[in-house]
Design a protein around this ligand. Sequence first.
Ligand code: ATP
Ligand code: MG
Length: 352
Amino acid sequence: MALSRLTLTNFRNHAALTLQPETQFVALHGANGAGKTNILEAVSLLVPGRGLRRAALPDMARNGGGGGFSISAELDGTTIGTGIEAEHPERRKVRINGSNAAINHLAEWLAVIWLTPSMDRLFIDGAAARRRFLDRLVLALEPSHARHSSRYEKAVQQRNKLLTGNVAPDALWLDALEAQMAESGSAITEARNRMVHELTAGLELAPAGPFAIPAVQLTEKEGVAVEALAHAWRRGRIRDAAAGRTLIGPHRADLIVTHMASGQPAERCSTGEQKALLLSLILAHAALVTAQRQAPPILLLDEVAAHLDPTRRGALFERLVQTGAQVWMTGTEPELFNGIGPTAQLIAVGSD
Ligand SMILES: Nc1ncnc2c1ncn2[C@@H]1O[C@H](COP(=O)(O)OP(=O)(O)OP(=O)(O)O)[C@@H](O)[C@H]1O
Ligand SMILES: [Mg+2]
């Protein structure tokens, strides 16, 4: 999977921009505020979800640009497009080869994984971001994960609304919602478990190098049996009504990461070690995607080069070359990409 063209129209600060990647590494450089991360954000919207900033759609439309935006990309002969129209700024539209398509279909065409500076806090902040990270890894391997996740979230929201409404909730309706939650929730947890299991196997083979190797685990107290899940929610109705939300289920799971060599939980590792743990995870994941989808994912690495010492930067470039993945990197100075060599296409952002 590699983009051979990316066209942005009225997306963030880019009124009209076309990039044509020709090599494995797309190295975007330019001053602060030039619009480098915006380009990565645009690529991150070529898969289901809210993109790497999790921003609201109308915020992505260029100020003064009329209210709509579009992102279009060429990928192995397929044209993928997404964006919003000014009249319906909350509705993300997707087009695949010129025809309208559901957002979740994007996952069948493309796998995109990113690392951004805000993820430096991934192991320190709450479980929600780690869950989202794990789900992105899963989605890259199993496109059906998007469908299960949306179904599950919708059913949980409806259950919460029913439990906290002014009228006594209809027990049959709750039964139906909990059955739906159990079916999609079980599929979600199974897929997450498969990912954790396969990552663990892959990480055991990771080459010794300057990057700390993580051990990964999933907390999931409710298991994956559909009937047991439905039963746990049925039993928990009064408790959940009092809390105003559903207190157990896959939407509360957490990804536990440990520094394999030292046994330290990731949140106690140094900033650099935490970054290395994340990079190791992403590299192991890229190998999994390559093996199972016969093509590596696209990697978006925002400001990763600047945060590594030259030895680790060199080692990272070497590992990235081996993945065969198309890598979009950003940095303020082109010199940060010196170690990559001829496979880097340096693109100056904001100088047109
Ligand atoms: N909807 C929008 N319309 C116009 N400009 C926007 C919009 N949203 C963000 N911007 C502008 O985009 C710029 C930020 O772009 P971006 O984050 O991509 O910069 P960057 O090149 O990654 O910079 P840095 O090196 O500091 O990370 C800011 O100047 C911001 O004001
Ligand atoms: Mg940036």
